[in-house]
Design a protein around this ligand. Structure first.
Ligand SMILES: Cc1cc2nc3c(=O)[nH]c(=O)nc-3n(C[C@H](O)[C@H](O)[C@H](O)COP(=O)(O)OP(=O)(O)OC[C@H]3O[C@@H](n4cnc5c(N)ncnc54)[C@H](O)[C@@H]3O)c2cc1C
Length: 370
């Protein structure tokens, strides 16, 4: 008999899992209190940058990010094909800028271990950097160039995922306001604010920064909490920035629609998604240092989202042993857009009773804090 999975949460993680589970033959109902993509996923810069985001060592998190980057070309093609909806997927590569001679040695050793994992990274001189990115600050003395990193336009990607899910028969119910869990062991049942009941065989919790609120419900430690990210965009129809450009304080990404997305702050503000003057001013100051032409411009759009951070920085992925009907996919922090294909594959493998990739996935055991 077809197994029925209830997915809690309509962000990139819930939608990606729903898409893959449905493709593998499960019946899927996705439940969202507000609108799909209305939280962190719609707010993201959309960078797919495992090398620029993981600079220390090839730990299991880096390997998960890398696996996901490798899945992206095929994954985004499938989402576009099924949804009939185009979204930007740009294989621009990225530049991680360097400002001091003293940093060169650290960059050399980063390049060494990352190239062992397929980064194809090169250390560029100031002159080579300016050839690739002519409008960069003259303070930069070089950069690490990662030709294999890419980015998507996150709001459109999430819309396409939602459309793709609907096309293949995922039932999506949004605007439910409140969703209460009635049963999560021996089957799944939840109830909406209006009293509507939804039943299934398995409950997949994919509610991002809100996952930690379910600790008491499941009687286990789920140290996932919101970290606000403030971000802004400039109107730049002449497309002055060609790559994703990082410095230690932030990043700048040029989008196909002529906007330049610059992020992002990190602060603790509970579940507040308002921007602050201070947060945006700090971004503006760094943007102007990285690209001097931005010093005289003002962002035309400012927004914020809640990254689902976990205590150890790793997501919680898998099946807690305390229930035969519960799956968790939460805590993707700064990399949920990048990690969406691999998360969908891991969760669908587990739902099918298959091994999703051995020891690498053990590091993300959702019960590791309990
Ligand atoms: C400013 C910013 C920039 C970012 N840039 C990048 C980037 O460049 N690259 C990258 O990979 N990642 C980036 N991220 C991180 C990325 O956005 C997140 O990791 C990702 O969106 C998390 O997806 P999610 O589906 O888990 O959470 P969300 O998108 O927050 O979705 C969770 C959903 O669950 C719903 N929900 C809440 N409670 C319940 C409940 N009880 N039942 C059911 N549903 C519920 C919410 O309404 C929400 O729609 C960025 C984040 C921010 C804020």
């Amino acid at each position: 008999m077809t197994k029925h999975i209830l997915v809690l949460g309509g962000g990139v993680i819930g939608l990606s899992c729903a898409f893959e589970l449905k493709r593998r033959g499960f019946a899927v109902t996705l439940l969202e209190p507000r609108t799909c993509g209305g939280q962190a996923s719609g707010a993201a810069a959309g960078m797919l940058a495992p090398f620029s985001e993981n600079v220390e060592q090839p730990d299991p998190f880096f390997k998960l990010c890398l696996r996901s980057l490798q899945l992206y070309p095929e994954w985004q093609r499938a989402v576009k094909e099924v949804s009939g909806f185009d979204f930007e997927y740009a294989e621009t590569g990225s530049l991680y800028t360097i400002y001091h001679g003293a940093d060169i040695q650290a960059m050399e050793s980063r390049k060494l271990w990352q190239n062992e994992h397929g980064a194809r990274c090169e250390l560029l001189s100031a002159h080579e950097l300016r050839e690739l990115e002519p409008r960069i600050t003259s303070d930069a003395i070089g950069a690490l160039h990662y030709p294999g990193e890419s980015h998507v336009y996150a709001p459109d990607y999430v819309k396409a995922l939602e459309a793709a899910c609907k096309r293949i028969g995922v039932v999506i119910r949004d605007g439910l306001e409140q969703i209460d869990i009635v049963r999560w062991n021996g089957g799944a049942e939840v109830r909406s604010a209006a009293g509507e009941r939804f039943c299934g065989d398995t409950l997949l919790v994919a509610n991002g920064a809100w996952a930690g609120l379910l600790e008491a419900e499941f009687g286990m430690s789920i140290p996932v909490y919101p970290i606000r990210g403030q971000i802004c965009a400039y109107e730049t129809p002449d497309k002055p920035v060609r790559h994703m450009v990082f410095c230690s304080q932030g990043y700048v990404v040029g989008k196909r629609n002529g906007t330049l997305v610059c992020g992002a702050s990190e602060d603790v503000a509970g579940f507040q998604t308002a921007v602050t003057r201070r947060g945006i001013a700090r971004l503006e100051s760094w943007n102007g240092k990285l690209f001097p032409f931005l010093g005289s411009m003002r962002p035309f759009h400012e927004w914020a989202g809640l990254r689902p951070a976990s205590q150890d920085g790793f997501p919680l992925l898998g099946k807690p042993s305390r229930s035969d009907s519960l799956l968790i996919a939460a805590g993707h922090y700064r990399n949920g857009i990048l990690l969406s294909p691999v998360t969908a594959h891991v969760i669908a493998d587990i739902a099918e009773g298959r091994n999703p990739g051995g020891s690498a996935v053990a590091a993300f055991d959702p019960e590791r804090f309990s």
